[in-house]
Design a protein around this ligand. Structure first.
Ligand SMILES: NC(=O)c1ccc[n+]([C@@H]2O[C@H](COP(=O)([O-])OP(=O)(O)OC[C@H]3O[C@@H](n4cnc5c(N)ncnc54)[C@H](O)[C@@H]3O)[C@@H](O)[C@H]2O)c1
Length: 476
């Protein structure tokens, strides 16, 4: 997708990092320590399928262990490679720092096209990959906690969690070895949609600040804003659904693998999503114009562009033709460093990936804390009334100890917990608070400093400063 003249994804992330550190005052040694990826483990393993052994290649990369466990999704895609996994791991470090989840950065990938396999085959492959990573503590509740990413979902997380539990039968915290699990296997309400929900909360927060909107030439509210979404998968679908159903935005185009569907009056997101599930793509969807070359639709008129599929889709080849006023990077790395420069010069405002898609890791943090505390979230008051004995008090004290950080991230959280809110309400308000606070810390730098002209650089500055503080405190 990217031209030969462009840096790789990892080099792009490094260039963005360099832009930020050039405006900071870090000792050069520390700068280098933060930038580099600590380790990448490559594994090749065989699985007997359909009568013959198939060999698969997988990676787990640890970018920074300034805080442990390290955190980051596992991606299943046919073209996954080391450079990509390392770029994604680095982004996880900065993302966690920006939203103040106490994790280092990591990422995993398995080179596989999951659509080519039956469910039972995928289970075998996933369990075998997990076995390799668990053996080396690259999946472990205290050290390295994966989550879903492109091509994986709560189904794969349940297999990984079960695999870990089988290999660590005495680990009472086994369930905290992975997040994004189904609710009935130790998951938390609101995790599936968390990243898309976070994109919605990020946009709502942006639209609360007229001075920031002005920089993009936008005014008013989200109502009636024309939105183009690329990728109607987990992240893109939820973001598009919430923005259209709850904020009145118009989803004027959906770009998928097989082309795009366009309707200036707004597409019914739920129906497009169901159509893709039944037909494997958007082709044939009624009441819409079809465009065979989907990527071209990124260049259509709109107010907000949401790339939510792949990296590098906006690059030096097409950035000049982009007409959106605002781009929110729901995917990781959808804009190359070259594309970023062109867009900045054009005055397009970009809400960067390290902030925009942090909803997933934020709710993953709640899930991890829930698993470690061994306490059900929510509805305490009702049970308090029912139980009325010491156990409840003990539970609250225990939760206070475990949730100290989570509560401090979200001022409304403890108050809601105490009045008996359910788990979903707690998760949602915690996520909302987190997205608002992180936006403000990033936007303050953007507004206050003349030498910081974009939100990405501002976000990197905030994140790198926090990682640096952590290294300084550890005495490195
Ligand atoms: N799942 C999460 O919680 C999460 C969290 C943070 C960031 N992300 C990032 O969001 C992005 C999407 O992840 P996801 O979990 O939604 O993945 P997903 O696999 O659920 O969805 C990806 C979607 O993109 C579509 N797609 C693939 N190739 C395409 C192409 N060439 N053109 C248009 N559409 C294409 C797929 O058909 C699918 O609908 C990735 O960059 C991922 O790293 C995901």
């Amino acid at each position: 997708m990217t031209s030969m003249a462009e840096p790789s994804f990892r080099e792009s992330v490094d260039l963005m990092f360099n832009r930020a550190v050039a405006l900071m005052d870090l000792p050069p040694g520390l700068e280098e320590k933060i930038r580099v990826c600590n380790a990448t483990y490559t594994v090749r393993f065989g699985v007997r399928l359909r009568g013959q052994v198939h060999t698969f290649t997988g990676y787990r990369s640890v970018h920074s262990e300034h805080m442990e466990p390290v955190k980051g999704g596992i991606r299943f895609a046919a073209n996954v490679h080391q450079d990509e996994v390392e770029a994604l791991a680095a982004l996880m470090t900065y993302k966690c720092a920006l939203v103040e989840t106490p994790f280092g950065g990591s990422k995993g990938g398995l080179r596989i096209d999951p659509r080519q396999y039956e469910e039972h085959e995928l289970e075998q492959i996933t369990r075998r990959f997990a076995y390799e990573l668990i053996k080396r503590d690259l999946i472990n509740p205290a050290q390295n906690v994966p989550a879903p990413d492109m091509g994986t979902s709560e189904r794969e997380m349940a297999w990984i969690s079960d695999q870990y539990a089988r290999m660590n039968t005495t680990d009472i915290n086994a369930r905290a070895c992975v997040t994004g699990k189904p609710l009935n296997a130790g998951g938390i309400a609101g995790r599936v949609e968390a990243t898309g929900r976070g994109v919605q909360f990020a946009l709502r927060e942006f639209f609360r600040h007229p001075e920031d909107m002005k920089k993009a030439g936008l005014h008013g509210t989200l109502e009636g804003k024309r939105v183009i979404v690329q990728g109607l998968g987990n992240v893109g679908y939820h973001a598009a659904k919430f923005l259209s159903e709850e904020d009145g935005a118009l989803i004027t185009a959906v770009i998928e693998r097989d082309g795009a569907v366009v309707n200036p009056k707004g597409l019914p997101v739920e129906e497009v999503h169901n159509w893709i599930a039944r037909h494997g793509g958007v082709s044939g969807f009624p009441d819409a114009t079809h465009v065979a070359d989907g990527a071209k639709v990124l260049e259509e008129e709109c107010d907000i562009l949401i790339p939510a599929a792949l990296e590098g889709v906006i690059n030096i080849e097409n950035a000049a033709q982009i007409k959106a006023a605002l781009i929110i990077e729901a995917a990781n790395g959808p804009i190359t460093a070259g594309g970023d420069q062109i867009l900045r010069e054009k005055g397009v405002v970009i809400i960067p990936d390290l902030y925009a898609n942090a909803g997933g890791v934020t709710v993953s943090y709640f899930e991890w804390v829930k698993n470690l505390s061994h306490i059900r979230f929510g509805r305490l008051q009702r049970r308090q009334e029912e139980a009325r004995h010491q156990l409840v008090v003990d539970e609250l004290e225990r939760l206070d100890r475990y949730l100290g950080d989570a509560w401090s991230m979200s001022p409304g959280f403890k108050e809601k917990y105490l009045r008996g809110a359910d788990e979903l309400e707690l998760v949602r308000s915690g996520l909302d608070d987190t997205m608002r606070t992180a936006y403000q810390s990033m936007a303050e730098v953007w507004r206050a400093r003349d030498d910081v002209t974009d939100l990405r650089t501002a976000g990197f500055i905030v994140a790198i400063e926090r990682v640096a503080q952590s290294y300084r405190a550890k005495g490195i």
